[in-house]
Design a protein around this ligand. Structure first.
Ligand SMILES: [Zn+2]
Ligand SMILES: [Zn+2]
Length: 173
């Protein structure tokens, strides 16, 4: 599910305003980093953003991507997430939402769900601190990985059939 084009434009405009407000020049390179992160729905890390922007601007440096992303986090335009182990991943969706993380491929997707929004912390948490926000992380197998697993099973089955078929032939001869 890619981010809807209208939503990408909305995010890009908001971020441009924030950068202008900070007195930063809207260079072509910065705008491309902004556009890349605003259109990603898989919470990319810096390397991933760098790789994708590099295909359009081969001269961009990893450092520029790092610095632009750091500024966007500072301005509150994007959020740094700790959804999966490894390098920090970034989220251009700053509205309240939850996440689905695939335990096979590690992809993290946004989940908007009234049912999850309705979850309230119980008395068990009062000793720990004041709850200001509840964000749920669902873990499971994404549809893409599920499809691959199914394809794998089908592959194994047909392989077994071929082997059984060969054995059958051996019996005949
Ligand atoms: Zn997956
Ligand atoms: Zn998210």
């Amino acid at each position: 599910m890619p981010v809807a084009p209208a939503e990408v434009e909305r995010r890009v405009e908001l971020i441009k305003d924030a950068l202008r407000g900070r007195g930063m020049r809207l260079t072509h390179q910065r705008i491309e980093v902004v556009r890349e992160i605003a259109s990603a729905d898989d919470h990319p890390d810096v390397e991933h953003v760098f790789r994708n922007v590099s295909t359009r601007i081969p001269t961009i440096s990893l450092d520029t991507v790092y610095r632009t992303i750091a500024t966007l986090v500072e301005l509150g335009c994007i959020r740094r997430t700790a959804l999966t182990p490894g390098p920090a991943r970034y989220d251009a969706n700053v509205d309240h939402h939850h996440h689905f993380v695939c335990t096979r491929c590690g992809i993290a997707r946004d989940v908007v769900d009234d049912g999850l929004d309705a979850i309230r912390a119980s008395a068990a948490t009062t000793g720990i601190g004041r709850v200001e926000d509840v964000e749920v992380r669902l873990r499971g197998v994404c549809t893409e990985c599920e499809r691959l697993e199914d394809a794998d099973h089908i592959g194994q089955h047909s392989w077994r059939r071929i082997q059984e078929g060969n054995q059958g032939k051996e019996h005949v001869t």
